[in-house]
Design a protein around this ligand. Structure first.
Ligand code: GLU
Length: 626
């Protein structure tokens, strides 16, 4: 997991690289480096720690002159985050420098082979094998060396390469890690995602797996893995520079929480016309839908919890069975999926490796796949039969907020679309729910405005480990609330289905134990209230989250956070917002690095491409595909 960036043009490369790396820092931030071509040689500067240290070391790039170069911000997978293990890595003859995002799975065998061949390794990384392979296969033709090298690599890689023999050229290769080319005027770029490019150009080329490219200031040539040139369309990015900046907020996370009304609106508006939900150019025919026996939603982390919440909406409105599966489990589960299964795959980045692997498993078994992603042109978008973009705009903070609520919004839209198609909803209820959905952005804004007391509540409740409880959709919110708290404040937070407390967990409740009780589901209010009474009887301190006007809750809980009244089926999109803010203020009070929590990065690019095969012993096993 890391960010890579490259620039070639007429101006100084280093400032462009440093700026790009700063925008990519959310992807990994344990070390950073740049390599710039100057005066016949490649100058490499790298440091452990944040990009700010690299800025300092290079005096904002002034000490690394030259107009073509590559950069990297690392999230170490192989070897500690030290100066030596930081990228770029240099070949022994100093001819090549390489930056890499991903994992080379067969690096040990390559390393042994290269050491036998006499190459000397400076680092413990898997990446360094790549640069020595380039040197080994280079006979004056870089294209051939790149192809031969790529053919030896197993795993995932987005590579940026410079070579002293072609001073103004950059080479890039993509396999199961994201990589985008930026098309400028007499200058060109590459980066792991568009946030690093939008301040320079909005014209981009999305590379596909197995493709590689050569960039010079005035040309971009893309090739397939056999070396044949391929014509790639140039796409236009709609994100603005401001959207990728903090806009006056102290943290990206706070900015992104505040952007939720606009983001949800952006997800809704293009899909509701004359009171009807229409989904981006895809129509599932009555026959197609009639053949669907079940829906599987698969995702990781918060996207999985969005799926848990979406399940209630789909089952409630469509009466179709929905299974929600962790992608990291589903991929190895020999899943019960066939052509009668509709699979919804959710990922903000569209690059979550486990989710991609689960998607491939389901497709291989004949399922129809709908991807719900934010990033246009991402791997999941490409592999899915249909894509529903969440239109959240760039999400920079590692802990997702607007990514989550826009995923919920798309799931709600999908539930309404499907309910109507299947004839499971009457016209009046449908019209009322579509209208209610259109009010969501305003209600999210009201939720934010109503909850000015959250910083105080955060310091009252976030003192030690917390429990989050709820039932049904409220349980899905409790799961996400607890995850937010863990991710950014590092407080121990657990979520339980409220009815499960008495089956064991209640033993952990003692004097002053903070319990966050989500009770926005009117139908289950009394049930959750009795759980509140039970934990209070054992000394817990209860912060309840409920819909405005609920008097019963005020008499039972110690403190209450309110959200506006809303149809229960959509309540998660409001209820999660105060919990995001609670986690944010708890983390702030603890002085945590909110946008870049320790040990996390924005997406998992392990990228193991695997396929289930029958081994000779007839047991199922997973084979890594090269
Ligand atoms: N596997 C490489 C390393 O550990 C790259 C990791 C990354 O993608 O940041 O250096």
């Amino acid at each position: 997991m890391c960010g890579i960036v490259g620039f070639t043009g007429a101006r100084a490369a280093a400032p462009v690289l440093l700026g790009g790396l700063e925008r990519l820092e959310y992807r990994g931030y344990d070390s950073a480096g740049i390599a710039v071509f100057h005066d016949g040689a490649i100058q490499v500067e790298k440091v452990s720690g944040r990009i700010a240290r690299l800025r300092e070391k290079t005096e904002d790039g002034a000490l690394t002159p030259g107009s073509a170069g590559i950069g990297h911000t690392r999230w170490a997978t192989h070897g500690a985050p030290t100066d030596l293990n930081a990228h770029p890595h240099l070949s022994n003859d100093g001819r090549f420098a390489v930056v890499h995002n991903g994992i080379i799975e067969n690096y040990l065998e390559l390393r042994k082979e290269l050491i036998r061949d006499g190459y000397v390794f400076q680092s413990e990384t898997d990446t360094e094998t790549i640069v020595h392979l380039l040197e080994k296969y280079y006979d004056g033709d870089i294209k051939t060396a790149v192809m031969k090298t790529a053919a030896r690599l197993e795993g995932s890689y987005a590579l940026g390469i410079v070579c002293t023999d072609t001073p103004d050229a950059l080479y890039v290769v993509r396999e199961a890690s994201p990589l985008i080319l930026g098309v400028g005027v007499e200058e060109n770029y590459f980066a792991s995602d568009v946030t690093a490019l939008v301040s320079h150009t909005k014209n981009v080329i999305y590379l596909d797996d197995g493709e590689f490219a050569k960039l010079t200031p005035d040309s971009i040539k893309v090739f397939d893995c056999t070396g044949c040139e391929v014509k790639k369309p140039v796409s236009r990015v709609t994100w603005s520079v401001e959207a990728a900046e903090k806009g006056g907020y102290e943290h990206f996370m706070l900015k992104e929480i505040m952007e939720q009304p606009a983001a949800v609106k952006a997800a809704l508006t293009p899909r509701i016309h004359d009171g009807r939900v229409q989904l981006d150019g895809f129509e599932l025919s009555a026959e197609e839908l009639g053949g669907v026996s079940k829906i599987i939603i698969t995702a990781c982390g918060s996207a999985y919890y969005a799926g848990c919440s979406g399940r209630y909406a789909i089952e409630h409105l469509c009466r179709v069975p929905v299974q929600v599966e962790l992608a990291s489990e589903l991929r190895y589960a020999d899943p019960m999926v066939d052509e009668h299964t509709l699979v919804l795959v959710i990922s903000q980045s569209g690059e979550t490796a486990d989710t991609i692997a689960a998607l491939r498993e389901c497709k291989a078994r004949g399922a129809k796949v709908i991807g719900i992603v934010n990033v246009v042109g991402s791997t999941i978008a490409k592999l899915s039969d249909h894509v529903l973009y969440t239109f959240a705009g760039p999400e920079i903070a590692v802990a997702t907020t607007k990514g989550f609520t826009t995923q919920l919004t798309v799931l709600y839209l999908f539930a309404l679309y499907l309910a109507e198609k299947l004839g499971r909803i009457d016209a009046d209820s449908y019209a009322a729910l579509v209208k209610e959905l259109q009010h969501l952005p305003r209600r999210i804004q009201q939720t934010i405005d109503m909850n000015w007391q959250l910083p105080k509540l955060a310091s009252r409740y976030a003192s030690h480990s917390l429990f989050f409880i709820g039932r049904n959709t409220d349980y899905a919110v409790a799961l996400e609330g607890a995850l937010k708290m863990k991710e950014i404040s590092y407080l121990h937070a657990e979520s339980y289905a409220a009815g499960e407390l008495k089956h064991g967990t209640i033993a952990l409740i003692e004097e002053n134990q903070p319990v966050i009780a989500v009770c926005c589901n009117e139908a289950l209010m009394d049930k959750t209230l009795s759980n509140i009474v039970e934990v209070k009887a054992r000394g817990a301190k209860v912060l309840a989250l409920s819909c405005k006007g609920n008097k019963k809750i005020v008499s039972q809980a110690d403190d209450v956070i309110f959200i506006p009244r809303v149809e229960t089926v959509f309540s998660a999109a409001l209820a999660v917002v105060p919990l995001q803010l609670l986690a944010y203020y708890a983390a702030k009070e603890k002085g945590c690095d909110i946008d870049k929590p320790k040990n996390l990065a924005k997406f998992c690019a392990k990228g193991h491409k695997t396929r289930l095969i029958r081994s000779p012993t007839r047991l199922w096993r997973y084979k890594t595909l090269s």
